[in-house]
Design a protein around this ligand. Structure first.
Ligand code: ZN
Length: 499
């Protein structure tokens, strides 16, 4: 007995040594605590006025079939934006070549000193989502006023993503005026239909580039994605710049149950009615979670902030071999955490029945899934089929699905350089890769590059996030200027590194 106790103590001690050792041996957290200043030549007030002007152009993207008057108004706004850009950015206009995109989407090529090198592509989108009817009056300043007040530029698109577009243009205009020419070509792509899928904008531009460039690749692509967030990671006091290195896939499945139908006074057994059968199948799907794990971008995310965590948290996150299940459970408890760990499934549509006293002959549910890079459309469909375990339920894959993206390499030189520019542009800030859970237009460029970085260089407080697509969207004047500083350094860095 004594020997057993002694043995247990030795084992326990060994575990403690490993746990503490792994915690203490982590490399120090990487961040820059020197203050950051705006590069010479950039002007915060001018950038704010540029964003204000572009917000006043209501460049809404509409689904096919929208009323002609709405489409005409948007067309006029996109034309207005093109004219405004030419006037506001004379250096950009004189020193770049526009591609004929056949749509209001804009693609500009800024020739580098050596056009044989793979080009770099900076993206943002011109289009914005509408303001939900009935919420206009809740705005402190009207959504298309572009008001500059209380230190912010207010209006739809300020965050998503006219702010980035203006920040890119201000940086390029300034660099050209200062006589800078990039080593490689720089492409600027401003889509006009990102919010409705990008099918006529960036999808076509990417196809056009592929055709014209005949196999020439892009060094890297930068598009909207994560922000610089504050106070959102447990035990981390620094801000965290979140860079999407992969994008989830997307698919919708329909589940259909067929039954006899008839009068509701003498129904068959519950599970033989269409609705009963379907609801039981849905419950089984809900009870069958997708695989979770710390592989891929999720593991890279945890590894990036662990060294900066307070000791208690660091001890846990540095020892996932022991505390993995605990961390997984904690993460999975929030929808945002769960979305990083696994494929998500949302029941979004239900259709059955026409009258309260008639049994419907069929019932149909739609499930919307966002696919983790470890899964595929085929795998998640199989997972659902297996969970349903009822051959009489028809499962169909809806058109319009897409596989998850490839994962950009965080150890590669392009990412390292991108992270370095973030450090130069944001004081006291960690750089963390993650998985982008929504879709971005950058996916269309996947055949052309291995490096896609989804990052909007804007510092966002937690309470700012719902402003995107919501009420009182705004961006700080200093925040916007700092974003143009980020793009300025990113472009400048093209001539001082291999990227
Ligand atoms: Zn967006």
């Amino acid at each position: 007995m004594k020997r057993l106790v002694r043995l247990l103590l030795i084992v326990l001690l060994g575990v403690m040594v490993v746990v503490v050792g792994r915690t203490l041996l982590l490399p120090p957290a990487a961040y820059n605590n020197a203050p950051v200043s705006l590069p010479e030549g950039l002007d915060a007030q001018r950038a704010a006025e540029s964003l204000s002007a572009v917000i006043r152009l209501p460049t809404l993207s509409h689904q096919v079939g929208a009323p002609a008057s709405q489409l005409a108004a948007s067309d006029a706004a996109f034309a207005g934006l093109r004219d405004w850009l030419a006037q506001r950015y004379p250096q950009v206009t004189a020193n770049t070549e526009p591609l004929n995109t056949g749509s209001p989407s804009i693609l500009l090529r800024w020739p580098g000193k050596d056009s044989q090198l793979p080009a770099a592509l900076l993206m943002a989108h011109q289009d914005v989502v509408p303001v939900a009817p009935g919420t206009e009056a809740l705005w402190t300043h009207p959504p298309f006023s572009g008001a500059i007040a209380e230190g912010f530029v207010w209006g739809r698109g300020a965050i998503d993503s006219k702010g980035s577009m203006v920040a890119i243009l201000e940086a390029v205009e300034t660099l050209i005026a200062q006589g800078f020419q990039p080593q490689r070509d720089v492409l600027l792509a401003f889509g006009h239909d990102e919010e409705i899928g990008g099918h006529h904008g960036n999808r076509r531009i990417a196809a056009q580039l592929q055709e014209q460039e005949q196999g020439k690749r892009l060094a890297w692509v930068s598009d909207e994605g994560g922000f610089v967030v504050r106070g959102q990671i447990p035990g981390v006091s620094q801000d965290v710049a979140v860079v999407g290195i992969a994008e989830k896939g997307y698919v919708s499945l329909t589940l259909t149950a067929n039954a006899q139908g008839g009068h509701s006074s003498q129904p068959p057994a519950f599970d033989e009615t269409a609705i009963g059968r379907l609801s039981q199948a849905l419950q089984r799907v809900g009870d069958a979670p997708f695989q979770r794990g710390f592989d891929g971008p999720t593991g890279d995310l945890l590894a990036s902030f662990t060294p900066a965590q307070a000791f208690g948290y660091r001890l846990i996150f540095a020892n996932l071999w022991l505390f993995g299940p605990l961390v997984e459970q904690q993460l999975a408890a929030s929808p945002a955490g769960a979305a990083q760990l696994q494929t998500s499934l949302s029941p979004t549509l239900l259709r059955a029945g026409i009258k309260e006293n008639v049994l419907p002959p069929s019932a149909r549910a739609t499930l919307n899934l966002r696919i983790h890079p470890r899964d595929s459309i085929e795998r998640v469909t199989e997972h659902v089929r297996h969970a349903v375990a009822d051959e009489q339920i028809q499962i169909k894959v809806m058109p319009g699905g897409r596989e998850p993206s490839a994962v950009s390499d965080v150890r590669g030189e392009a990412y390292q350089q991108f992270a370095e520019v973030i450090h130069q542009s944001f004081s006291n800030t960690l750089v963390s890769p993650n998985l982008t859970v929504g879709g971005t237009d950058s996916r269309y460029y996947e055949p052309l590059t291995d490096n896609i970085f989804r990052f909007s260089p804007l510092l966002m407080a937690r309470e700012d996030l719902p402003r995107m697509h919501g009420t009182n969207e705004r961006v700080g004047v200093e925040t916007l200027a700092n974003a143009s500083g980020f793009y300025y350094r990113l472009l400048q860095g093209l001539n001082t590194s291999a990227n």
